[in-house]
Design a protein around this ligand. Sequence first.
Ligand SMILES: [Zn+2]
Length: 290
Amino acid sequence: MSEGGASRRGFFRDLASAVGSAREVLAPDAPPPEPPPPPPDFGGLADAEIERYARQLVLPEWGTAAQLALSEANVLVVGAGALAAPVASYLVGAGVGRLGILDPDVVELSNLHRQTLHFTPDLGVPKAESAAAKLRFLNPDVVIEPYQVRLEEENAGALIEGQDVVVDCSDSFATRYAVNAACCAARVRLVEAGVLGLQGMVMSIKPGRTACYRCAFPVAPADAPSCADAGVLGPAAGVIGSLQALEAMKLVTGVAPAVADGFLQVDLASAGFLRVHAARREDCPDCGKL
Ligand SMILES: [Zn+2]
């Protein structure tokens, strides 16, 4: 047993003992106190894992079952930019089993204000490799697989095959629709998102069970500006990416209901969060036949 694991278990024993002693001091004439609760059962986890994940393991909503479910999950992050930074950092930090991250581009100076997995010495390095290097430092127990490739209709099915959850952190509607179609065809759960300026949205999709991205947005807006044209603030991408990471953890573990059959519309200028309903469409080309 590692020193950390021993001290953690010892901490829970000492805490239970201290509670019992305090009751005796404060109420000497009271009936005998209830026996202290047993220490939490972290069966199936190594001592180093108990220490690393201690702050989420003690959450009643999380616990050992969710931790083990996450440790067996394969997650693919599409894109290694502003949304992917919190998504990949939180999933790897929390102990996902395997994380694939794909991006065709290299790190540019204009990325660094918001893409927090890339640093100035990474300029010119493939983004997937740059992100993977930081993520391996963060948690060497997670298998990190970088791919310098662009997800397109032609390769989407092969890239998504075998994934438990896909998190789309791309910045184009063409990629979003390709990811959505491939995830629907393979019945792989998906977290979609987008951010621009101080606005964003997040949506979880369980193909065949809840509305898909194309059900909610049948066609791309004709004149949608890009981040390069319209701009984006780093913290706005951080908020949306963090929400995406949380949705992925919900889909993997079931600890809380995901934002499905609709999306969460976020306006960070007014600090407004609006849940927008979207129903499945029978004529949806991506999920209508599922
Ligand atoms: Zn659909």
